[in-house]
Design a protein around this ligand. Structure first.
Ligand code: BYC
Length: 329
């Protein structure tokens, strides 16, 4: 049974709670259908709460783990200006993680519990962050493609039925769109540069294109949560719909950069008005999810080490809070 992030009271049961009669469920669905926002103190089906805890916490973990591949280039950015920009971006990702943990906490699960679930391997984070950043062009490719895919997925989440998540996403999306432009600008600069710089941009594009398409999750026929999440208006578009939108906007950008999309089957379909693209290697996706991507172990080891190194900060904050409470008493 899936128990990620659930408190002791609820984690032993997958059954509907005592108030979850057909009338309550119908009333809840009617509110969702009427586009009312569900707020933290409102009644909600236990499965709705669990779905949100799963998605929001995994999203938060992705932001935090996502700092690692980019952080790898902070000391080697090609100029002071690039270093300052990258530092600001990485700090933004930390901020996104924190807003999202806060949104998760409104559902009755503590941040400590969510982090414990990540470190124990009970919670996932995005597959994309298990790939290495080998050259400076990877920083451009991440901003352009990974943040580009993230925006495509996250703009609809600003209209998610759960108010605290939707509101957190508004600010996150504003920052992500800046990140996407920052990445595109790095790629543009490289694509106007020397042959070696152009090759570096193409090489990064080749390595990040397919993993970026995988970010949207399994194809619709294999997406076990999509139907329910769409009925609850947590998700507004299916994984395949968002993936297609991403391909449609990104291919012309690649052409503008003079880069070749690493997909021999890619072509514009006049009838549908969309780009058709080749088969995604779903085995690679499953391998990464199973912990066997190129950097899974490294990412988790580094996160665990950072968490342990931060113990003294948490202890000090707790001791300070206890002293303040004692003073006030
Ligand atoms: N990686 O039924 P499905 C970012 C899992 S961007 C790993 O379709 P759902 C950032 C899925 O969790 C990245 N796991 O699920 C950008 C489920 O497993 P569980 C984070 C994945 O939830 C730039 C199973 O596969 N964005 O943070 O309906 C810089 C079946 O999938 C992935 C978000 O989290 C994947 N790519 O749809 C820094 C956005 N795809 O949970 C940071 C919010 C699927 O049953 N999340 N799985 O064990 C979502 O929109 C949805 O959760 C997803 C998946 C579209 C990702």
């Amino acid at each position: 049974m899936y128990t990620q992030g659930l408190d002791q009271k609820t984690k032993t049961s997958d059954k509907p709670g005592p108030l979850e009669g057909p009338e309550q469920l119908a009333e809840f669905q009617a509110r969702v259908d009427a586009e009312e926002k569900i707020e933290a103190k409102d009644w909600m089906p236990e499965a709705y709460r669990r779905t949100l805890v799963r998605q929001i916490s995994q999203h938060a973990h992705s932001e935090i783990i996502g700092m690692q591949p980019e952080g790898n280039w902070l000391t080697r950015a090609p100029s002071l200006k690039r270093k300052a920009i990258l530092l600001a971006k990485v700090q933004d990702e930390a901020g996104h993680g924190l807003y999202l943990y806060s949104a998760g906490e409104t559902l009755g699960v503590s941040r400590d519990q969510m982090v414990a679930d990540l470190l124990a391997g009970r919670a996932k984070y995005s597959s994309i962050f298990n790939y290495p950043t080998l050259t400076w062009a990877d920083i451009g490719a991440i901003g352009w493609l990974v943040d580009g895919a993230a925006i495509m997925n996250q703009i609809p989440l600003c209209r998610c039925s759960y108010g605290p998540y939707a509101r957190a996403m508004v600010r996150i999306c504003k920052e992500e769109s800046f990140h996407q432009r920052q990445g595109f600008e790095i790629m543009l600069e490289l694509s106007k540069g020397t042959d070696a710089q152009k090759e570096m941009a193409q090489d990064a594009f080749n390595r990040w294109w397919w993993p970026s398409l995988m970010m949207f999750g399994p194809g619709d026929k294999d997406s076990k949560h999509s139907a329910q999440s769409m009925a609850w208006k947590i998700k507004r578009f299916s994984n395949d719909e968002l993936r297609q939108k991403f391909v449609d906007v990104t291919v012309p950008q690649a052409q503008f950069l003079g880069l070749r999309v690493p997909d021999d089957d890619l072509h514009y379909n006049d009838e549908t008005g969309h780009y058709d693209f080749g088969e995604i290697d779903w085995q690679e996706f499953l391998d990464v999810l199973a912990g066997n991507g190129p950097c899974n172990r490294q990412r988790m080891a580094q996160r665990t080490r950072a968490h342990e190194d931060g113990q003294w900060v948490r202890d000090a904050a707790r001791a300070y809070a206890a002293r303040q409470r004692a003073k006030a008493a």
